[in-house]
Design a protein around this ligand. Structure first.
Ligand code: BGC
Length: 744
């Protein structure tokens, strides 16, 4: 038996020292260049730098999204940036106008939503977060950057790091789930992947952390909806991932559509200037969300475009995406309504990012038809997408070790369900230029992986939505004639993402009935769940023999799922978000407050529902493997410390099974008593470790003073004396405990 001591390095813990080195910073030399440029610029030219316009979705991608007036706009210097204008040819053409046919030759910056793949579509971000593997996420972002930069994209509107505690919200698919520490690790990894070690490298793109802030907390899970929360919750739960992305070097930030406590983010000076630019020392620029300045008229902040534009400028919103609200700036400067200093500051920030990208030296920044050909959808990129997709799946149930399938014994496989032969939906939401034709379907993946002697049949059974059960009979016959059933059900990609909130979390249409009917055929039934949010799956977990959460996995979905089904890869993902038992439990999350009447399902007057258990269907951090792990009791380096000392936690973890596998060791902490109520537990660190069969490792974590700190009544960060409980385990519920005390 092998006993290895694993020292968990800062990369999992996101210590500030790790990220600081890579922050987006300017230099005296760049500031001097900007000073000279600002001195030459007219108010019109300055305002132009702060406008961003979109290409036309109706004409792309074949038409490259170009609008007939783009060339004139670039020539007239009324624009500092385009989004959705891409393709090396087009970008070179428009950029040429900006740098050759204008008075000051200032390059444009071209942005695009490269969220989880440019052409090689990776798993949706919620799936990637299920890997709990920052290296995998960094790799995904790196590939995205290489492909997009070849096509002239210099700026991606990613990472989306909004914490989401409400799966009704469609955009939960675009983020990393409910937890600030996991979310921060993913946010930083994505920034590192996009930006590499230097933005002057033409294979990088500058990141844009969004949507600042708390966009995921809209009431009722409705998109764009009102957010009202305490500054404590904002700072403890929602802000950390944005901060982590900024600390990792993100050069731009996008503000959110929503208001927080009465102030829409686009005009929130406290958020954009006091917190982001001053407190966090952010030196890059802030872009609005699409039309979000104009929407402040609907928020009823001011009745005119000039009115909301002025408020946004004063708040520190540097670039206007598609509101036309900064067109009036020259006039407002002339009338003294907007101070020139505010406009200068925003232009300075935009120019900083353009300098950092090297656009003044090479405005085309390595985009070319040759690079597009070489980078896009390369075999290497597809291999990376397959690997990340395998890591993104979570095994939720595996009775009788039905998985992995034995290729020899599973001579006959029935693939059933509306997603079994589907390509398009595997792409998930916000799939950029991803195309269904490039996707490997589950049927294709299984056929490639199975033994040539296997008989694999496909029956759809029912549509994704709709009420007809006419296809059930065929599905049941197929199941009866098979050795094993792979039942692929879930949500289409259009049911997730922007403006796709749902009021129900059940499987759409008659899919739940299909699962019941097929499982009743009595054959081993493996449900593969497709989708972009936690669904209510109590029935499925009960009826199926095995269940895999496969989310929307991208171009290599079918191959990756086959790898897991046949055991070429042993799944090790964990849920980045709690699965509720019913939509009525939402919002439900693991780091809740205990209340004065902590729930107890057998005691009436406690904080619970009387019609269902108070616990979730599946807890945050949950995920099985084809092997098993046992945990020892955590050992602490000291029992008593003062507030500026660390505690080192060691725990023995053993692979008690016969297969190689990975386990995400999770460390949670509770401040037992405090002047302000604390969550029942909070994730503080994690490590994904690989184990050979029967291998034992000792995981070691350092609990730092930062991890023990909290905001006190006056919103000062403090460490209060008293006891802390340490939990180490395989998910947020199944943990072993230890305790230490902070003394004065
Ligand atoms: C979305 C952003 C996106 C922007 C540009 C908006 O509707 O909220 O996430 O980056 O459009 O496409």
């Amino acid at each position: 038996m092998n006993n290895t001591l694993i020292l968990l390095a800062a990369c999992f813990l996101l210590l500030p020292s790790h990220s600081l080195a890579q922050r987006f910073t300017t230099s005296p030399a760049i500031e001097r260049k900007i000073d000279s440029l600002l001195a030459l610029m007219t108010p019109e030219e300055k305002a132009g730098q702060l406008n961003q316009y979109s290409g036309d979705f109706a004409t792309g991608p074949g038409g490259n999204f170009l609008r007939s007036d783009h060339a004139d706009m670039a020539r007239s210097e009324k624009v500092g940036s385009f989004l959705n204008v891409l393709g090396s040819d087009v970008v070179r053409r428009i950029q040429h106008i900006a740098v050759e046919e204008t008075r000051l030759h200032i390059p444009l910056i071209f942005g695009y939503d490269v969220i989880h793949g440019y052409r090689t579509t990776f798993p949706i971000p919620l799936a990637e977060a299920s890997s709990w593997d920052p290296r995998a996420v960094e790799l995904s972002a790196r590939v995205e950057a290489r492909e997009a930069s070849a096509s002239g994209v210099q700026w991606t509107f990613s990472p989306m790091v909004d914490i989401a505690r409400d799966p009704r919200w469609g955009r939960i698919a675009e983020g990393s789930g409910e937890d600030p520490v996991l979310g921060s690790a993913m946010a930083a990894a994505r920034v590192r992947g996009y930006q590499g070690t230097s933005l002057s490298d033409p294979t990088t793109v500058v990141a844009c952390v969004k949507h600042f802030a708390a966009y995921g907390a809209g009431e009722g899970g409705r998109d764009y909806n009102t957010v009202d929360m305490s500054e404590r919750t904002l700072r403890e739960v929602y802000l950390p991932p944005y901060k982590a992305a900024v600390d990792a070097g993100a050069g731009t930030v996008m503000c959110s559509f929503n208001e927080i406590a009465g102030v829409p983010s686009s005009v929130n000076r406290w958020l954009l200037t006091d917190v982001l630019k001053k407190e966090w020392s952010f030196e890059g620029f802030v872009v609005s969300d699409w039309g979000s300045i104009r929407e402040c008229i609907n928020h009823r902040i001011a009745p005119t475009s000039d009115g909301v534009g002025r408020a946004a400028m004063h708040a520190g919103l540097d670039m206007d995406m598609e509101s036309n609200a900064y067109l009036g700036l020259p006039r407002l400067i002339a009338s003294g309504t907007v101070p020139l200093s505010e406009v200068d500051e925003s232009v300075r920030r935009v120019l900083r990012v353009k300098y950092a990208l090297g656009l003044f030296d090479d405005p085309y920044r390595g985009c070319s038809a040759e690079r597009e050909k070489k980078e896009i959808l390369s075999a290497e990129n597809r291999a990376a997408a397959r690997d990340v997709a395998r890591k993104s799946m979570v095994l939720l149930k595996n009775d009788n070790a039905v998985l992995p399938l034995d290729a020899a014994k599973a001579a006959s496989i029935a693939v059933i369900g509306p997603f079994g032969n589907d390509k398009e939906n595997m792409l998930g939401t916000w799939s950029s230029l991803g195309a269904g034709s490039t996707v490997v379907s589950i049927m294709e993946g299984l056929k490639t992986a199975a033994s040539p002697k296997s008989r694999i049949t496909y029956v759809k059974g029912c549509d994704i939505e709709g009420t007809t059960t006419d296809g059930f009979a065929g599905a049941i016959v197929a199941a009866q004639n098979a050795d094993v059933v792979i039942l692929v059900v879930g949500e289409s990609r259009g049911m997730t993402g922007e403006a796709s909130s749902r009021s129900q979390l059940d499987l759409p249409g008659v899919q739940a009935e299909l699962v019941r009917a097929v499982a009743a055929a009595g054959k081993p039934t493996v449900v593969v769940l497709v989708g972009g949010r936690p669904l209510v799956i109590g029935g499925i977990l009960h009826q199926a023999t095995a269940v895999i959460e496969a989310w929307h996995l991208g171009v290599e979905a079918g191959n990756a799922i086959a790898d897991v089904l046949f055991g070429t890869y042993n799944p090790g993902g964990k849920l980045p978000v709690t699965f509720p038992r019913s939509v009525g439990q939402v919002p439900i999350y693991y780091n809740y407050k205990s209340t004065g009447r902590p729930f107890n399902d057998s005691v009436h007057y406690t904080s619970r529902y009387f019609d269902l258990p108070s616990t979730p269907q599946l807890p945050f951090g949950f995920g099985l493997s084809y092997t098993t792990f046992s945990y020892g009791t955590p050992r602490l380096s000291v029992q008593k410390i003062t507030a500026n000392e660390n505690v080192v936690v060691s725990v023995d973890v053993e692979n008690t099974g016969t297969r190689k596998g990975e386990e995400v060791v999770q460390l949670y902490l509770r401040d037992d008593f405090a002047t302000v109520t604390r969550p029942v537990k909070e994730l503080k660190a994690f490590a994904k470790l690989e184990f050979m069969p029967k291998e034992k490792k000792t995981a070691e974590f350092t609990i730092t003073p930062e991890m023990m700190s909290m905001y006190d009544l006056s919103m000062k960060k403090v460490i209060e004396p008293g006891t802390f409980t340490v939990y180490v385990g395989t998910n947020s519920v199944d943990c072993r405990e230890a305790a230490f005390e902070v003394v004065q």
